[in-house]
Write a protein that binds this ligand. Structure first.
Ligand SMILES: Nc1ncnc2c1ncn2[C@@H]1O[C@H](COP(=O)(O)OP(=O)(O)OP(=O)(O)O)[C@@H](O)[C@H]1O
Length: 212
């Protein structure tokens, strides 16, 4: 069996003296899609942000490729793509300009490739329109275009199905499966009823009310 990309051991997180999760251990293997599940407020976004290195309010251990993540910080950051639950795009910029900004700091890609990615998410006719003039779903699609040009082995995707129409949902599900088939690993939160073949699950929201 291949080595986990990311491994969590006895993770615990409290917010406002409420335990969101404790003793949470799991491995994220190459070639898998994992869904973080649970009701509103159960800690899905919090867990994803912890995994992405964006939240320090936790205890336990995190390993990247078998080494403590803190010791492998540069490798971890270079090889991980995080998309937050907000599209995270700038309203005054066009989709193309946003995609350039979203890929800044990575291997530079020619505009031709960025335009192809925008076409791939159905934005061919909107590449040069300021994003403030796009619908919520179209703005989400700008962020999703980032996935079409991503070579990071680990994707952490928070509520990326939000505002996406049925065709977009089908395309996104196919993309996640393709990514796993190529050897990547995807961790996703969604309230959409995602059921992919072989999908792993991390259930949250099982702490008893009133626990401290
Ligand atoms: N910055 C913060 N400070 C204090 N508490 C926070 C903070 N962020 C989140 N919380 C609390 O942590 C809990 C979990 O929030 P989180 O956003 O992780 O849940 P979620 O499972 O993603 O919810 P949803 O399904 O509604 O998106 C909530 O009760 C929330 O109030």
């Amino acid at each position: 069996m291949s080595e986990p990309l990311l491994q969590a051991v006895h993770l615990q997180c409290e917010r406002d003296r409420r335990v969101l999760f404790r003793d949470l251990s799991f491995s994220i293997l190459p070639g898998t899609v994992t869904r973080v599940e649970g009701p509103n407020g159960s800690g899905k976004t919090t867990l994803l942000r912890i995994l992405a290195g964006l939240n320090d309010a936790w205890s336990g251990e995190l390993y990247w490729c078998g080494e403590p993540r803190d010791r492998q910080r540069e490798s971890f950051l270079r090889n991980t793509l995080y998309l937050g639950h907000r599209p995270g795009i700038k309203p005054l910029l066009t989709p193309l300009e946003n995609l350039r900004a979203l890929t800044a700091g990575r291997r530079p890609l020619p505009d031709r490739v960025l335009r192809q990615a925008l076409e791939g998410t159905g934005l061919a006719a909107f590449q040069d329109v300021p994003c403030r003039n796009l619908s919520a779903g179209q703005q989400r699609r700008v962020a999703l275009a980032r996935l079409l040009i991503a070579d990071e082995p680990l994707w952490l995707l928070d509520e990326v199905f939000t505002a996406i129409d049925v065709h977009g949902v089908d395309a996104l599900e196919a993309l996640l499966l393709q990514r796993a088939a190529e050897g990547g690993a995807v961790v996703v939160t969604t309230h959409h009823d995602l059921r992919l073949p072989g999908m792993h699950r991390i259930p949250l929201g099982q702490e008893e009310a009133g626990d401290d």
